[in-house]
Design a protein around this ligand. Structure first.
Ligand code: PLP
Length: 352
């Protein structure tokens, strides 16, 4: 088997997907599976659909097209506000998109009319995390414009928290989204199919809230793949946290000093490093580096320490453990490490 590689346990992903679908479903919340972290890998997408998840969501058109081309049968939701320059493809390949800009929606409407399709729109509302979304005061005015446009259909509103600003999707925020949904339904006499409360970060809110209000949809990536909630990175009971494993290969293993020697200046990352003198240690070099994966997001499964990395190498202190060239070393990945490894052309993806 070649290295570096990510080993993907489809059975564990399926278990997590089904468990989360049932958990949220029990209180009337439908989930969609977010595939961007796995670059729309068709083998994973297929498993998610088999879990009973009917909508696959991705931030990138290339991933949506990859899944469609692979014949995956699902509804496809574009998570990132569509690019005006891609509006034609968005209408062609995505069924639904999250939107926050009227000029973009107008473009989608224009192309939907040309293609004789109806593109579904979920309007995103800013609730304080300060990434995408209309300010709540602008929401009703925008709804008024969107429902006048032909070719598009307003099917819901949504919010995204715990992403840029680290703001929790708590009872107050979800209550605000519910009441905005109510305002729209009352004010315009329509029914919103989706009130999409957020992402994996909504887990703690869901567990603690006495009433989910009008929230009936969530978009889940991290909790399906890594089995944890992203606010405190605690494992979710009953889920696998090890569905993905990164494997790299030892290319050098020697007893050497722990302190670099000579005149000190900048290293390859542009800063002057400092080290503790631990005397002589076993230094093991792996054939994987910053160009392959976000090294800071890796946790070795064995009791060894990562000392640092350059573009093509990870350097470890393996303490008492002896390694020889050709040995394999396994790591758990956090979300940042997962997305970087899955996107790296240098890392093989092995499904098992
Ligand atoms: C990435 C993304 C998600 C999924 O987030 P997770 O924390 O992985 O569950 C949901 N919604 C939007 C808009 C996203 O960009």
């Amino acid at each position: 088997m070649s290295t570096p590689r990510v080993e993907i346990n489809l059975g564990k992903i399926a278990h997590n997907g089904s468990a989360l679908r049932e958990l949220y479903d029990a209180r009337g919340i439908q989930i969609c599976a977010v595939t961007k972290a796995v670059c729309g890998d068709a083998r994973i997408a297929e498993v998610l659909v088999k879990c009973g998840i009917r909508t696959l969501a991705d931030s990138r058109m290339a991933n949506i097209r990859r899944m469609r081309d692979a014949g995956i049968e699902a509804q496809f939701l574009l998570l990132r506000t569509p690019f005006i320059s891609q509006a034609e493809a968005v209408v062609m390949f995505a069924d639904v998109s999250l939107n926050s800009d009227l000029s973009v929606i107008e473009k989608l409407s224009e192309f939907a009319l040309k293609q004789h399709v109806r593109h579904q729109i979920i309007l995103m509302v800013e609730l304080g995390d300060l990434r995408e979304g209309l300010m709540p005061l602008d929401l009703l005015g925008t709804v008024e414009r969107v429902i006048e446009l032909e070719g598009v259909q307003l099917v819901g509103i949504g919010a995204n928290l715990a992403c840029f600003g680290g703001i929790e999707p708590d009872q107050g925020k979800m209550g605000e989204l519910s009441s905005l949904a109510q305002d729209i339904e009352d004010g315009f006499g329509l029914v919103l199919t989706y009130v999409s409360g957020g992402n994996s970060g909504n887990y703690s809110w869901f567990l603690s809230t006495p009433d989910v209000g009008k929230i009936n949809h969530l978009r889940l990536g991290e909790s399906i793949y890594l089995g944890c909630e992203p606010l405190h990175r605690q494992p979710i009971p009953g889920l696998f946290t090890d569905a993905f494993k990164l494997v790299a290969e030892v290319i050098e293993s020697k007893i050497k000093p722990s302190l670099p020697y000579g005149q000190v200046s900048q290293n390859s990352s542009g800063h002057v490093p400092s080290f503790h003198d631990l005397g002589e240690i076993r230094r093991v070099i792996l054939g994987i580096g910053l160009q392959d994966v976000l090294v800071s997001g890796l946790t070795p499964r064995a009791k060894v320490d990562i000392l640092g990395a350059s573009s093509d190498h990870i350097i470890m202190n393996t303490h008492q453990r002896e390694y020889v060239a050709g040995d394999e070393v396994a790591f758990d990945l956090n979300y940042g490490a997962l997305i970087s490894a899955m996107a790296s052309p240098y890392v093989e993806k092995l499904v098992m």
